[in-house]
Design a protein around this ligand. Structure first.
Ligand code: AR6
Length: 168
């Protein structure tokens, strides 16, 4: 397994699977979620709506992951995962780690060889960058996965530096 970090826009990645930091509704939002739906086109939302009608009537629970088409993105799949909202009073780190583990499990079930992750929960959901990075790197390192190429694609300097430190 190789882990690398890159600075940039995850929608420009050429990988088998691009991970989306979604919300439980699966129906889109801002941040990386908005960028993925804009760049990937309406086919992604259409599959998300199907998922809401079938398996996820109440939405995708926090810490879980599910795949759809990647639409026009240069990838085979988008794997949607729902990070926890950061809480200073409650340790939700296990749920954040679960996002990475479950996304890799979905990637394995699809036969994906490469995956790109954003910094889940480190934007609108308020997770401090250093902690988000430490949890992400530890979760990926501990995962038993056949995905050979794992990339974290970080959108801003603060988060990029946090991942650089976490990787050591
Ligand atoms: N490529 C890579 N990373 C990005 C991009 C991009 N194009 N755009 C933003 N980021 P966020 P969350 C970074 O807020 O905290 C949405 O509305 C961003 O700088 O996208 O998990 C969903 O629908 C930050 O470092 O996700 C949910 O409602 C990281 O991606 C909610 O936000 C995650 O920021 C999820 O919040």
């Amino acid at each position: 397994m190789g882990i690398e970090i890159l600075k940039g826009d995850i929608t420009k990645q050429h990988v088998d699977a691009i991970v989306n930091a979604a919300n439980s509704s699966l129906l889109g939002g801002g941040g990386v979620d908005g960028a993925i739906h804009r760049a990937g086109g309406p086919a992604i939302l259409a599959e998300c709506q199907d998922l809401r009608r079938s398996h996820y009537g109440k939405g995708l629970p926090t810490g879980q992951a599910v795949a759809t088409t990647a639409g026009r993105l240069d990838a085979h799949w988008v794997i949607h995962t729902v990070g926890p909202v950061y809480s200073p009073g409650e340790d939700r780190g296990e749920l954040l780690a679960s996002c990475y583990r479950e996304s890799l499990a979905v990637a394995d079930s699809l036969g994906a060889d490469s995956i790109a992750f954003p910094a889940v929960s480190a934007g609108v959901y308020g997770w401090p960058a250093a902690s988000a990075a430490a949890i992400a790197v530890a979760a990926v390192r501990a995962a038993e996965t056949n995905v050979a190429d794992i990339r974290f694609v970080l959108f801003n300097d603060e988060v990029y530096t946090a991942f650089e430190r976490a990787l050591g």
